[in-house]
Design a protein around this ligand. Sequence first.
Ligand code: CMP
Length: 119
Amino acid sequence: MATERTLSIIKPDATRRNLTGAINERFEIRGLKIVAQKRIHLTLGQAQKFYQIHKERAFYDDLCKYMTSGPVVVQVLEGEQAITENRSIMGATNPANADEGTIRKDFGESVEANSVHGS
Ligand code: CMP
């Protein structure tokens, strides 16, 4: 078993609804430690650069606009197999397809406003 660190971002739809604490509880209850976190407001340029890999996708412009629509909480999660664990805690990208009990199933509003990012 390997201790890993992974990037997590609590997205604007979740900070807008005061879900930061509820989401952090999901990480901690599953044994992940939040070893760093900062609430910031991304600039459009930062969002575009971060999601560069998706720049040919139809949803790219809307995604970048949405990610700058309010504050985000950028975090470092640490724990045993943190990358796989976080994927499982988040659930599928589209909340409609996410498993019961995952963050995206319980809190996500849409495929775009899906409350958390992990990578
Ligand atoms: P994330 O895991 O941050 O990675 C890329 C993001 O793009 C994704 O979560 C969603 O917020 C968004 N996204 C992915 N697919 C779509 C889609 N079909 N329509 C709109 N947004 C999407």
